[in-house]
Design a protein around this ligand. Sequence first.
Ligand code: CA
Length: 528
Amino acid sequence: MSDAARPPLYIRIHAADNVAIVANDGGLKAGAEFADGLRLVDNVPQGHKVALVDLAEGEAIRRYDVVIGYALKALPRGSWVHERVMRMPTAPELDGLPIATVRPTALPPLEGYTFEGYRNADGSVGTRNILAITQTVQCVAGVTEFAVQRIKAELLPKYPNVDDVVALEHSSGCGVAIDAPDAIVPIRTLRNISLNPNFGGEVMVVSLGCEKLQPERLLPPGSIPIADQRAGAAPDAALDVVCLQDDAHIGFMSMIDSVMRQAEEHLARLDARKRETVPASELVVGVQCGGSDAFSGVTANPAVGFCTDRLVRAGATVMFSETTEVRDGIDQLTSRASTPEVAEAMIREMAWYDAYLKKGMVDRSANTTPGNKKGGLSNIVEKAMGSIVKSGSAPISGVLAPGEKAAHKGLNKGLIYTATPASDFICGTLQLAAGINLHVFTTGRGTPYGLAEVPVIKVATRSDLARRWHDLMDVNAGRIADGEASIEDVGWELFRLMLDVASGRRKTWAEHWKLHNALVLFTPAPVT
Ligand code: CA
């Protein structure tokens, strides 16, 4: 059906909600009448809220069966309900939360789903076969990039089974207060990214020489699990480091030759690897959203949540993140914790982030963007309720602090809260460190986000975006709002696409166009 022919349609999430969102592309004019007789008294843009009943001044505004605000004035039925006519609730206290109170009914395991992956010596599985070059410090970024261009042009064609060569460029490594307690966050992030399953345990480092973050501090002896080390290497094999300040280097080309010589050894070993059939339980999927709108919590995120539940039933790992976007729903999450310890860890991460924001004299409400508001999200409470849906309904089985890696804490399977800022690039970077081998990203406003290190599947929340960005969006969840597909339909489509992408049978649009965002470290410690 063309959109012009589509009758006025609103979407209410929960029977107790007193607002709903307008579904029609382009929004609706005052006077538009819905099937149930509700008539708009204002023009209402697409994705924005309409009052379903007369709201008195001070009355609670409910969406997702949660209070997302209080009316600043009387709002008659049919009114446009937006951020300027609402007061935001305060964040829930972190004391007295329900702890592990939900006892979800055990669902049968989901069996029989597999993908073709690269099995690593430590048991993890890669979805791509990539040579990553770790850097201790930003100073070496230009040299490394020069070498990577030559490796791609001159060496990579000789090793056709290797997908790519990626320089792990970042902005840190020196000029930071490296002994400050919070400096461990970027250090362990870089360490754990170097050990991402997509890099096959072939760790090589380019170092400057005089930097604060020395190679042995970044990757101390023993930090690379023995099983991660290349086959045949002694357990105490020296880290493979090219140091630019080394006396042996005479001239720039000597540095480039060193990097290329070392890279070729790793390329040869990576090239010999073969994909093998592995169960879907080997997926480690990071989910996040960016450029969200009011449809995020109605279409794309529920479809991702549906997938999350199936992945957990299949024995896989799903990581959800974005602390400021779950903060207002912390009670929903602590109640879903599988143990009191998991709930306490989640509260600890929220409290740490509250303090971090307070030091900057803001709170979680600093999260929302002009685009979010234009897309109908009035405040962080409403945004959070739509964001949390990505986590589905499975019990939460573990918590990782920023930069931590699942395997190193003995957390391998199930739904894991991986604490990260909501910033798309920082969240993606920290999820890479946590060990994801696939990334799912939902967007309503539209972002061309992508990562060089893992495939990123992008899900559009609206058909209008999916149509315009037909060669950037991998899945159109907008069909749910159009009434053309159910959450289950899109969820299964996404699930199958994940297995195809993980197997290398399908490339995502971000891979096709090589759209790669930078690694952005979370650096809560001071810069010097
Ligand atoms: Ca995000």
